[in-house]
Ligand binder design. Structure first.
Ligand code: SAH
Length: 369
């Protein structure tokens, strides 16, 4: 097996033994990153033997950046490196204007050799004012990586303002969920805004991603989320864009039930809940959750109204999600006309042969008049 700066000798030889036991070796023995502990222990880096692992990392980062130059538009905030989607398993890099945020999720990428290759390369190519590392403690625990805390790896600047589709957002490198913003929805924000009008309700609004885009077209926008800190930033974002939006701190399920029961009506409703199905085991609960939300939203849409309904649960397939939405429509006796069946923004690449890379679903549909 080719020497691999990113693999661990013991787990590497375990994988080799595994292949021998299975009675085959890949035609070209490849370079893998091994984790001794994870269920997806084997991560393919290359189909060819690799002598120069840092060189491979640098090439992959350059290729990832070149791909973004081709597909990313109307934003200074986007995902620069998306792990398996860019053949860099365990590495996520997001650009937020002049700041970079990185996340390291595997033993291989956590090695000093990998860190000392990745960081200088990002500096050279993107020249950020600062680089922050966001730590997902849960993943580090599963991968048996030493504990770390989120921090600035270099530079002192830890906040900035980003612009996507002409809408501005405050960004703080060391706060917020994920690496800070939901960049994967960026193209869906624009699609929603394009078809929206009238009175809009953004359910699970977080820091106002959809709501602020809808405000470009709609007369009235209300955002709902259970997180007060998220709504406080949403309000600052509204001020930054000179918009007036009503923010409601509530449990979305309760609020939709009450609003639907009291006969409230909207021209546009966005549903973007957190992943309900974190594993295959809770799929049934997830389907029930999606069905209930969509059912209530559909009840509240005026004739011709717009439904933008999302699921970021990888375990729910696009076809299953459409079926849940369709069955909600049948239950409330409304016809839904599909405008767009969308997915994650193109800076979160989907590899057709790696289904795990596709996770976001965003259905844009109108109810009949
Ligand atoms: N639409 C947002 C992202 C939503 S992420 C964007 O584009 O930026 C999911 C959001 O759901 C989080 O902000 C979380 O705080 C919120 N949330 C989770 N459970 C909730 C519940 N039961 N009621 C209301 N909000 C909830």
């Amino acid at each position: 097996m080719a020497p691999n700066a990113c693999s661990q000798a013991t787990s590497g030889s375990t994988a080799l033994t595994f292949f021998r036991r299975m009675g085959f070796l890949p035609a070209h023995w490849s370079t893998f990153s091994m984790s001794a502990v994870n269920s997806s222990a084997l991560r393919l880096f290359s189909r060819e033997p690799v002598d120069d692992f840092p060189g491979l990392l640098r090439d992959r980062i350059r290729a990832a950046i070149a791909y973004r130059e081709r597909v990313v538009q109307n934003t200074d905030a986007y995902r620069v490196v998306f792990s398996e989607g860019d053949f860099l398993p365990g590495l996520i890099v997001d650009r937020y204007n002049d700041l970079l945020s990185i996340q390291i999720l595997t033993q291989g990428m956590d090695s000093e050799a990998a860190r000392q290759t990745v960081i200088p390369e990002l500096n050279e190519l993107l020249k950020p004012a600062a680089i922050a590392e966001r730590v997902d403690s849960r993943v580090r625990e599963i991968e048996q990586l030493p504990t770390r805390t989120s921090s600035l790896l270099q530079g002192e600047k830890n906040s900035t303002v980003i612009t996507m589709n002409g809408v501005r957002f405050h960004y703080r490198a060391l706060e917020g969920q994920k690496t800070g913003a939901f960049l994967d929805q960026r193209e869906n924000y624009a699609a929603a805004a394009q078809s929206a009008r009238g009175e809009a309700l953004d359910v699970f609004c977080y820091q106002g991603g959809f709501a602020l885009h809808l405000a470009q077209r709609c007369s009235n926008v209300t955002g709902v989320d259970s997180s007060r800190p998220a709504l406080e930033i949403a309000e600052k974002n509204a001020a930054l864009n000179g918009r007036e939006i009503e923010w409601i701190e509530a449990n979305a399920f309760d609020l939709l039930r009450d609003y639907a029961a009291s006969g409230r009506q909207y021209d546009c409703i966005v549903l973007d809940p957190p992943a309900f199905a974190k594993s295959k085991r809770n799929l049934e609960t997830a389907f029930r959750g999606y069905k209930e939300l969509n059912l209530r939203a559909l009840k509240m849409l005026r004739p011709g109204g717009l439904l933008v309904t999302c699921s970021c649960s990888y375990h729910v397939s696009p076809a299953e999600f459409i079926e849940v939405v369709a069955s909600a429509a049948r239950d409330v006796h409304r016809d839904l006309r599909l405008l767009e069946n969308r997915t994650q923004a193109k800076d979160h690449p989907i590899l057709l042969h790696v289904p795990e890379t596709a996770y976001l679903k965003c259905v844009v549909a109108t109810v009949s008049y």
